[in-house]
Design a protein around this ligand. Sequence first.
Ligand SMILES: NC(=O)c1ccc[n+]([C@@H]2O[C@H](COP(=O)([O-])OP(=O)(O)OC[C@H]3O[C@@H](n4cnc5c(N)ncnc54)[C@H](O)[C@@H]3O)[C@@H](O)[C@H]2O)c1
Length: 180
Amino acid sequence: MLANAGIASFAPVEEMTDEMWDDMIAVNLTGVFKTVRAAVPHLKAGGNGGAIVLTSSTAGIMGLPNLTHYVAAKHGVVGIMKTLALELAPHMIRVNSVHPTSVDTMMIHNEQTYGTFRPDKAPSEVTRDDVGEAFQSLNALPVQWVEPVDISNAILFLVSDDGRYVTGVQLPVDAGSVIK
Ligand SMILES: NC(=O)c1ccc[n+]([C@@H]2O[C@H](COP(=O)([O-])OP(=O)(O)OC[C@H]3O[C@@H](n4cnc5c(N)ncnc54)[C@H](O)[C@@H]3O)[C@@H](O)[C@H]2O)c1
């Protein structure tokens, strides 16, 4: 079972509204809880063990400016992951989290994100090329972002028999972002 749905928004803490906070916690934290709560009875009933992966973020390992709500939710996901790894271990159900750096999806390629990364330009005029350098500065490896398939490959390892004794682990797929 993969809990992957998520949202993002940006604001300095003093401008973060109750609605932004509540939406973020509802989707990125409570949504993960409700997903695993629904899935676990089925995994247990199967009687064959299983694997759960929760999509966190580098924001589940480190702080990032303008993302108080997102960072709080993604750290919370790690708490869920560690607790369930213990709770479900007797059933041979493994629980891990993946922690991507920026990924080439709509979550980063949209006007709001572009506006945050390039406040010097009108958001509607910012292009991918304009934000590439700023995104690259987050990573140690000289890449602007990773591809969705890079995250999928990490998840495939975690749910495969190759990862049969891996549980309770936070796996960064982050181009060295968290060590920077
Ligand atoms: N893109 C990145 O740079 C990046 C980096 C780190 C972590 N992540 C995480 O990866 C996961 C996937 O993000 P993505 O990059 O594919 O983003 P995306 O915006 O491209 O896709 C997000 C998906 O979540 C779904 N979703 C959002 N709210 C939902 C809800 N309430 N109920 C059901 N589905 C909902 C959307 O329909 C969409 O399919 C998220 O958890 C995100 O936080 C993304």
